[in-house]
Design a binder for this molecule. Structure first.
Ligand code: 13P
Ligand code: SF4
Length: 339
């Protein structure tokens, strides 16, 4: 059983698009006509962040998808995020601009192998990062995001051993932070795994006093130099509230757009890759989504996420546990309405 991403019948294609079309006003019109809401992750291209109704981290956007009264959710993010929206809001139409927007963590954790991993550790509770397929969620006990994982682990009995998949860097950081016995799946995010410790040390020496804010998907060589480690939302809160003027950002670089909007007088320097450049910090999956494809997805109401009901119900259980065990949403952690 798998999620299906449905193409559109008789779809309007990119080749048929009038190049003079004002996509911004057309998308606004479609939003009204179709009672649609646009959700965007911080890693999306700036124009997708700016046109969205809400921009947030994975937990913010899951909550927004669960709470919306729109008829159509247009998810500017990657496929597992749109899948979560459909699992939580099955009566809504859920579309995403590009059906190929996957995730290296999802790819690293095939459901069959994950089921065998679980079966080999019958005494462990399975905490699974939200960056995985619906089929892997269905085999899990509790889903977590980087913003609620520590909070959820702290609610588990101290002697409860934990299986964590699919991100070994996030899992390793959680094990160190909580002191818990954790068996880790060997997956990585190809964006956060590529930052270079050597180049980061060099950059820090050139910008002394600039705190390093890092996502826990980064490898330990980066995390040990970080002044703040947290989800995208938490990094954004940190840099906007801290008194310093300059920051080094070790996560996908498009979040810097949001930082500049919220703190226009501050400077944000992307953490470097192995050759000293920051090109590594661009998620190749997130960048598949464009304004043009967003427009086409709204016209065609496709690609659309469909999940067999039995699979949806199995994947829903660990997601509902996550929502029940998460810290309460407060105004600071609510998704931001875009201007
Ligand atoms: P968060 O926004 O939850 O921190 O997730 C980061 C990420 O890599 C999403 O793909
Ligand atoms: Fe997946 Fe990494 Fe891209 Fe996030 S940034 S979608 S974890 S590959």
């Amino acid at each position: 059983m798998e999620t299906v991403v449905l193409p559109a019948a008789n779809a309007l294609t990119r080749a048929q698009l009038d190049p003079g079309l004002d996509l911004w006003s057309e998308i606004a019109r479609l939003k009204r006509e179709k009672n649609a809401v646009i959700l965007a992750h911080y890693y999306q291209d700036p124009e997708l962040q700016d046109i969205a109704d809400y921009v947030g981290d994975s937990l913010d956007l899951s909550r927004a998808a669960a709470a919306t009264d729109a008829d159509m959710i247009v998810f500017c993010g990657v496929r597992f995020m749109a899948e979560v929206a459909k699992i939580l809001s099955p009566d809504k139409k859920v579309v995403l601009p590009d059906a190929d927007a996957g995730c290296s963590l999802e790819d690293a954790c095939p459901p069959k192998e994950f089921a065998a991993f679980r079966a080999a550790h019958p005494d462990h509770i399975s905490l699974t990062y939200i960056n995985c397929s619906a089929a892997v969620k269905a085999h899990s006990d509790i889903i977590v995001t980087s913003s609620n994982a520590k909070y959820i682990i702290d609610q588990l009995p101290a002697d409860q051993p934990i299986l964590f998949a699919p991100d070994r860097h996030l899992g390793g950081w959680l094990a160190r932070e909580t002191g818990r016995d954790m068996v880790l799946w060997d997956g990585v995010c190809i964006v956060h795994d590529r930052f270079s410790e050597r180049e980061l040390i060099k950059l820090k020496s050139q910008h002394s006093g600039a705190p390093v804010a890092a996502h826990p998907e980064c490898h330990d060589g980066i995390l040990q130099h970080a002044d703040h480690v947290g989800s995208t939302r938490s990094i954004l809160d940190f840099v906007t509230q801290a008194p310093q003027q300059e920051f080094i950002i070790a996560t996908e670089m498009h979040i810097i757009h949001q930082m500049q909007k919220q703190a226009p007088d501050k400077t944000f320097i992307p953490a470097p890759g192995a050759d000293g450049s920051c090109n590594c910090a661009n998620c190749p999956f997130m960048e598949l989504n464009t304004l043009e494809k967003l427009y086409l997805a709204m016209v065609n109401e496709a690609p659309g996420i469909e999940i067999p009901e039995a699979l949806r119900l199995q994947a829903l259980r660990p997601l509902e546990r996550m929502l029940a065990m998460s810290p309460p949403a407060n105004p600071k952690s609510a998704p931001q309405a875009a201007e």
